[in-house]
Ligand binder design. Sequence first.
Ligand code: PLP
Length: 457
Amino acid sequence: MSGDLQEQAKRHLWMHFTRMGSFADHEVPVIVRGEGCYVFDEHGKRHLDGLSALYCVNIGHGRPELGEAAAAQSKELAFYTNWSYAHPRAIELATRVAELAPGNLNRVFFTSGGSEAVESAWKLAKAYHAAMGEPRRHKLIARNLAYHGTSMGALSATGLTALRVPFEPLTPGGVHVPNTNSYRWGEDRDPLWAADAIEEAIEFQGPETVAAVILEPVQNGGGCFVPQDGYFQRVREICDRHGVLLISDEVICSWGRLGYWFGCERFDYQPDMITTAKGISSAYVPLGALIAGDHIAEPFLHGKAAFNHGFTFGGHPVACAVGLANIEIMEDEDLCGNVLANEGAFREMLDGLRDLPIVGDVRGAGYFQAIELVKDKDTKETFDHEESEHLLRGFLSGELYQRGLICRTDDRGDPIVQLSPPLIAGPQQFEEIEAILRPVLSEASERMEQWSSLSRA
Ligand SMILES: Cc1ncc(COP(=O)(O)O)c(C=O)c1O
């Protein structure tokens, strides 16, 4: 290979969810190396990875143990499939995951990522109900603004209009209900209003047609929406009352992100299935899983019954070996404990930014936090589409990156800055984050005020 990486990236690489036209007069950010909480770009500049490479690299970058586990496994058995065969690493990892997962979540179906896990969970919910004599139960209820993936089934669960509409018609049966963004609720609203909206939707759809409800413990889309106290307990009751399964989509919220192995433990509810990916291998290799309760697996364990679904690479031996090494590190270094011990300081630092006029809300749990940016703090007025474009793409994203902080700026809901650092992060990284965020958000406030007065003039 010869030539310039920039040129080749611009000519040949199709980047995901990316306006590639924006690179006509900008460099593609090329990340070449990682070490702990930091990554380095092709110019050797160091960036604090405040996003864990898309909520993924939970144990931090550059751990030799994971590469060594992958190399050893490639030598021993590079690949065998889980279609009708098993191999030691898939068996061992399934056992480990079942030991860590709460309650009776003892059966693990591996995938290569999150969308495949969500796709599998929805199909399993349908197959389970059919096996139990209720074949009309096929609908999946999810929340507005929630992101559950991009394959056609998972996209049907995703509640983001701009991602859905261009690809319609989607898999039939995706139904959406309000999320738990109480920052935008009137003060007199019943705190369990959003939970009760799920029951209304089930009754409206006809309970005999509803297979499952899929919810993240803390919702990513819209910016780290946390549940109200008692929300998940109420949802569990509603699901039980109507024979509907509860799927906890923990593609982000498991493997320590919220300070627990699984996010549902933090909020004390028991789902029928968990979908996971990302942090299960700290993304050193692609790996995901659907974890099902014993009662869900039961109808498929006898006679000629089978869940007729699978992916060639589900439970890839190299991925499973890396997953096992990842869990071992998380345990040895008590990374869940590190998150619980430091989340208060992390949050305190972010709450400290509330004095800036542009910071409307700070919310989240564990190492998964968002700052909502507003035009007017008192009225909570948000930026319109054009202003948000100017604020996020015209200034914030580029400026934060230039100053050495990778985090997410997003306006799929109201504009937010989101942080999700590796679970090894601590006070030193929080200080560095603040040292960049404070001046940049402060400048963003001033720029937006000037921009608004210019557009008014
Ligand atoms: C909650 C949730 N579900 C599903 C997905 C889809 O996962 P993937 O991109 O691995 O297909 C994501 C991705 O970010 C996610 O956050």
